[in-house]
Design a protein around this ligand. Structure first.
Ligand code: GDP
Ligand code: MG
Length: 443
């Protein structure tokens, strides 16, 4: 472990900015992560290109490995590309009622379910009077499905008139909305298994009648690559205002969100997270970015490191080390920085791919808060001269120090040995080499 601990000092040896090599190495991994998250290939290419430009030359956060820092840069870029981490864009419901919301999307994407979820949300959160109308004339059961949901959530439903065409139902829904004082009319449309002219023409005709404030494209988050084609084709024909991604409760990594947003430029407004009427979350770019990257919590690790590590202190240390000087006071500073980061145990806990056994082993090795405090105490029991020149520490001095810090002489010896090894490593490190936290963890 002492060897591994050395890695953290390597990062302090005066690297100024992320190099192209660091960035490219990290980006290779990230490209795989994006593809595994089902982000469409052209989107992956465009995104990684942007990220590369952003990352190269970025100041190195000295406490983390360059690769990890790139992950954080990628994460931040993804958040931006997904619409930023501000409040999600809500529904635009201002204007003269009744305001129409049109649901569009392929069959099975979740339009009907989402229509009901939205009705519930608008009723409860916006305190508006909502009318649900099914324009799905293709499948007889589809209308009843929405009717059942409307009853379940206690929202008004436009009565079914058998044999009526979708366009005529739209007209009837809007006039019922006007006459009966509804604020919002949600129009659920029929979908197909693939996009065809008839479906697009019908959706367009309905939009021309209802003049919807919101035309939401509902897409299944698990469809991945297909989602891009769907979004692009719909967007060509219909004036869409936003996206809803359903089945975010599934195993998918949510790459479709990035692809669709990238291709259409439309805001993702909601995420469907269950089959139930309350399973609709406001979109959260940070959460989705984290899921797409699937990189444990490296992001918060880097954030923590950049917050907690005193940059100026680190620079000072780097200069000292470059000169080959590393005394016991410097070692104590390192311990206190490690402690600020929550100790080694907490850092380990944030790394992905660390199983329980490895974490337990790390804890058992004693590199925890308590151990760091004890090491600090030993150093604090030394005189200034002893800290600057550990060579003068002979038996009698060690005995005094052990007594002063409440440890055994053996502990003092261990610390001195650790320091000597580190100082050696430091000399090597200042002649090049790297490692960072990853090096410290041995992987
Ligand atoms: P439509 O054909 O576009 O109207 O799709 P539906 O609304 O009928 O949904 C198809 C299926 O997907 C139904 O079984 C829904 O319960 C289910 N579904 C819709 N949204 C979600 C979601 O966010 N999560 C899960 N797990 N299932 C969903
Ligand atoms: Mg439906």
């Amino acid at each position: 472990l002492t060897d591994r601990l050395g890695g953290i000092f390597d990062t302090l040896t005066g690297r100024g900015a992320l190099s192209e090599k660091d960035v490219d190495a990290a980006l290779r991994e990230i490209r795989v992560a994006l593809l595994e998250a089902d982000v469409a290939l052209p989107v992956v290419k465009s995104v990684t290109k942007q990220i590369r430009e952003r990352a190269i030359g970025e100041d190195v956060i000295r406490a983390v490995a360059p690769g990890q820092q790139v992950v954080k840069i990628v994460h931040d870029a993804l958040v931006d590309l997904l619409g930023g981490d501000g409040a999600p864009e809500g529904l635009y419901l201002e204007g003269e009622p009744p305001i129409a919301i049109l649901m569009a999307g392929l069959q099975g994407s979740g339009k009907t379910t989402t229509a009901a979820k939205l009705a519930k949300r608008i009723t409860e959160q916006h305190k508006k009077k909502v009318l649900l109308a099914s324009l799905d004339t293709r499948r007889p059961a589809a209308m009843e499905q929405l009717q059942q949901l409307a009853i379940q959530i206690d929202v008004a439903f436009l009565p079914i008139v058998p044999g009526q065409k979708a366009v005529d139902i739209a007209k009837r829904a809007m006039s019922a909305g006007r006459l009966q004082g509804f604020d919002v009319v949600i129009l659920d449309t029929a979908g197909r298994t693939s996009i065809d002219e008839e479906m697009m023409g019908e959706a367009k005709a309905i939009a021309d009648i209802a003049h919807p404030h919101e035309t939401l494209l509902v897409a299944d988050a698990l469809t991945g690559q297909d989602a891009v084609n769907t979004a692009a084709k719909f967007h060509e024909r219909l004036p869409l205002t936003g996206l809803v991604l359903t089945r975010m409760d599934g195993d998918g990594r949510g790459g479709a969100a990035l692809s669709m947003r990238h291709v259409t430029g439309l805001p993702i407004k909601f995420l469907g997270v269950s089959e139930k009427p309350d399973g609709l979350d406001a979109f959260d770019a940070r959460r989705v970015a984290g899921r797409i990257l699937g990189r444990g919590d490296i992001v918060s690790l880097v954030e923590k490191a950049s917050q907690d590590i005193d940059q100026a202190q680190a620079e000072r240390m780097a200069r000292k080390m470059a000169k080959g000087k590393f005394d016991l006071d410097d070692l104590r500073e390192q311990f206190s920085q490690l402690k600020k980061m929550g100790g080694l145990g907490s850092i380990m806990g944030m790394l992905p791919g660390m199983n329980k056994a490895a974490k337990a082993q790390a804890a058992a090795s004693g590199m925890d808060d308590k151990m760091l405090t004890r090491q600090e105490a030993i150093i604090l029991s030394m005189t200034k001269a002893e800290r600057a020149k550990p060579e003068i520490l002979k038996a009698s001095r060690k005995k005094r120090i052990a007594a002063g810090s409440g440890v055994d002489v053996a502990d003092v010896n261990k610390l001195i040995k650790m320091h000597r090894q580190m100082a050696d490593m430091m000399k090597k490190a200042s002649k090049g080499g790297r490692g960072g936290l990853a090096g410290m963890m041995g992987g």
